[in-house]
Design a protein around this ligand. Structure first.
Ligand SMILES: [Zn+2]
Length: 257
């Protein structure tokens, strides 16, 4: 679909297919997530979290698993085994990393989502996807309709400049959660620290996402030192850090009252 149609579709979809809940400002939950995910996310990002006793969420496109045809391999089955044994969560990110602006056919999306689930089942890892992240953060009506039928939460991306607006607080659509990037090239550590200090005052659920975590990071990733600094700041501020699945379980306690 062209840019204008996509923008209209996306804007309208924000008001539709909502799974609305109130996230209390009393909550101060931070979640670290990884998209795709490059091997270094598991080896460095996952290890750093676990060294601090914290679990993250890895949103996977299983076409990136080593051994799949017609695909770049980003990670192998041992990365996934280690990841699960460390207590991290695996989330769905479509099988083929679909960009819904261009791949917006309902049945195509449905088939691709099912393929990711079936691939995970066939891997014999004994876990299933419960949560989802939109590749590139791209949302359309068809995509939201399919994925919201499968998953407890669907995470997007916050695109704006004012990071405070990227926090999930108050009335929140669980089918379109906001998330803030940890891209070292474009997002300064000092800005993230300021955000976290504000967050401690104003509360809610703050979700970070990144891709690779390595010394020579891409424009979509960060170094291990950057990643760990953000995590330590969260811990020092007394914020609760947990993965998507645990955060949802925690927040549900508020919603059931
Ligand atoms: Zn992605």
């Amino acid at each position: 679909m062209n840019d204008l149609l996509y923008r209209l579709n996306r804007r309208a979809t924000a008001y539709l297919l909502r799974n609305e809940q109130i996230i209390s400002p009393q909550r101060k939950i931070v979640t670290f997530t990884f998209d795709d995910a490059p091997s270094s996310a598991f080896k460095n990002g996952g290890d750093i979290l676990i060294n601090h006793g914290i679990a993250g969420t890895f949103y996977l496109s299983l076409s990136f698993l080593k051994g799949q045809t017609n695909s770049n391999s980003y990670f192998n089955i041992n990365d996934l085994r280690t990841c699960i044994s460390q207590g991290h969560e695996l989330g769905c990110h479509t099988y083929n990393h679909l960009y819904f602006k261009d791949a917006n056919n309902y049945n195509q999306i449905l088939g691709d989502i099912r393929k990711n689930q079936i691939s995970l089942e066939e891997s014999g890892l004994g876990v299933k996807f419960e949560n989802f992240a939109y590749p590139f953060g791209a949302q359309t009506y068809n995509a939201k309709k399919v994925v919201s039928g499968f998953y407890n939460t669907c995470r997007g991306i916050y695109y704006g400049e004012n990071l405070k607006k990227g926090i999930n607080v108050g009335k929140t659509d669980l089918n379109s959660l906001l998330a803030i990037n940890l891209y070292e090239e474009s997002n300064q550590l000092s800005n993230i620290y300021l955000l976290l200090e504000d967050f401690r005052k104003y509360g809610g659920w703050l979700i970070f996402y990144t891709h690779d975590v390595q010394e020579k990071y891409s424009q979509y990733g960060c170094s291990p030192a950057f990643f760990e600094s953000v995590l330590i700041k969260c811990i020092d501020l007394g914020l609760e850090v947990m993965n998507i699945k645990s955060a949802l379980a925690e927040l549900k306690k508020d919603w059931s009252q």
